[in-house]
Design a protein around this ligand. Structure first.
Ligand SMILES: NC(=O)c1ccc[n+]([C@@H]2O[C@H](COP(=O)([O-])OP(=O)(O)OC[C@H]3O[C@@H](n4cnc5c(N)ncnc54)[C@H](O)[C@@H]3O)[C@@H](O)[C@H]2O)c1
Length: 339
């Protein structure tokens, strides 16, 4: 079978542990070229993953014989990367958050559509075995009628400080970038917003959010978002980048609770618990992490071959989660000012 030639833009952290290994392992996709404005990162990614071509020039990258592009660049670059993809007629799988604002995300979706190209959002959580299993359990009514979801990820975003080349202690640059881009709800929270929509098969009709500021960025660094769905379910998303952010021995909590009329599904990334408790007893499922890059790329290949998204989150899914997260951050900031 012919492998579909693809390229990747942005050879940073998530490309290194998620996208590039999955692309290399893919039976359906062929990683032809990589792009990064940082020559050192570009060269290191090309060598580590034996990529045939590497470019620091955008036009040369897009003319390297690829049919689709993966965007693993920082969020502020996504809009321009998508506009360049349109210029060269390439389908796109874009990292989250889709864009820096609702307007940008809307324009990306519309322009890709107008150009007859497919835009997907890389919500890789959907494709992990626990998240797929939860979807299956909900379809089987394993907890009766779902009434409430709790999705919690409170961590330190790799810690507040890092060591500078001169040995001094400085603010950790990647974390600073994430806080300036909108904080934990916009960065990690969009995964949880997308999962809750996908699990429930329903749309958000009302939202309310509160922020807490352990630090003094504009966006809250600890965020509580409440969502009401059209089917009557309530979801609470709690995200933090300041939980243990200065601790010598940090811990974090990553939990999902799906609460229904007949039972509860509980997933816990700390104790490695994944179980269903209902009137039949307790069923334990194999624990796995919630990122499913390999399965996401199988679905990407299938979508490119068939022209149909299947389970792959679309640009519209990216836009909806971006809208909810951005509005939540604005609301939290406004209520802070009122207070
Ligand atoms: N799905 C996930 O689980 C997950 C995890 C981490 C990060 N992310 C997302 O992936 C994206 C990248 O995050 P990261 O942590 O790898 O960041 P990073 O800063 O480690 O890497 C980004 C790379 O993009 C390069 N770059 C800069 N400008 C560029 C441009 N104009 N075009 C292309 N590349 C450019 C940088 O040089 C860098 O090598 C972000 O949107 C982030 O939110 C997703």
């Amino acid at each position: 079978m012919r492998k579909i030639p693809v390229g990747l833009m942005g050879c940073g952290v998530v490309a290194g542990y998620g996208h590039l290994p999955a692309l290399k392992a893919s039976q359906e996709l062929e990683l032809v070229s990589v792009f990064d404005p940082d020559e050192k990162r570009l060269q290191s990614a090309q060598e580590r993953f034996s990529v045939p071509k590497a470019f620091a020039d955008t036009d040369e990258f897009f003319q390297s014989g690829i049919e689709a592009v993966v965007l693993a660049s920082p969020a502020p670059c996504h809009y321009q990367n998508v506009m360049d993809s349109i210029r060269f007629g390439k389908h796109v799988l874009c990292e989250k958050p889709l864009a820096q604002s609702e307007d940008e995300a809307q324009a990306m979706v519309q322009e890709m559509q107008k150009a007859g190209l497919m835009l997907f959002t890389a919500y890789c959580y959907r494709f992990s075995s626990p998240c797929l299993k939860i979807k299956e359990l909900l379809e089987q009514n394993a907890v009766g009628t779902v009434r409430s979801l709790r999705l919690v990820y409170i961590w330190n975003c790799h810690g507040r400080y890092e060591t500078a080349p001169d040995g001094g202690r400085v603010e950790q640059a990647r974390r600073v970038g994430r806080m300036l881009e909108g904080g934990p709800l916009v960065d990690c929270g969009v995964h949880q917003i997308d999962l809750s929509r996908w699990w429930l098969g329903s749309e958000v009709v009302a939202q309310h959010s509160f922020g807490a500021w352990v630090e003094d960025y504009e966006a809250p660094d600890h965020h509580y978002l409440h969502l009401e769905y059209a089917n009557g379910v309530h979801a609470m998303v709690e995200m933090s980048f300041t939980y243990c952010h200065t601790a010598k021995e940090p811990i974090h909590f990553f939990t999902y609770d799906i609460i229904g009329t007949e039972g509860v599904i509980h997933y816990d990334g700390t104790s490695h618990t994944f179980e269903l408790r209902n009137s039949s007893g307790t069923t334990q499922f194999p624990y796995a992490k919630v990122k499913g890059f390999d399965a996401m790329y199988s679905e990407f290949a299938r979508a490119l071959q068939t022209g149909s998204p299947g389970n792959l989150p679309t640009g519209q899914d990216g836009l909806i989660a971006t809208q909810i997260a951005r509005r939540a951050v604005e609301q939290a900031i406004q209520s802070r000012h009122v207070r």
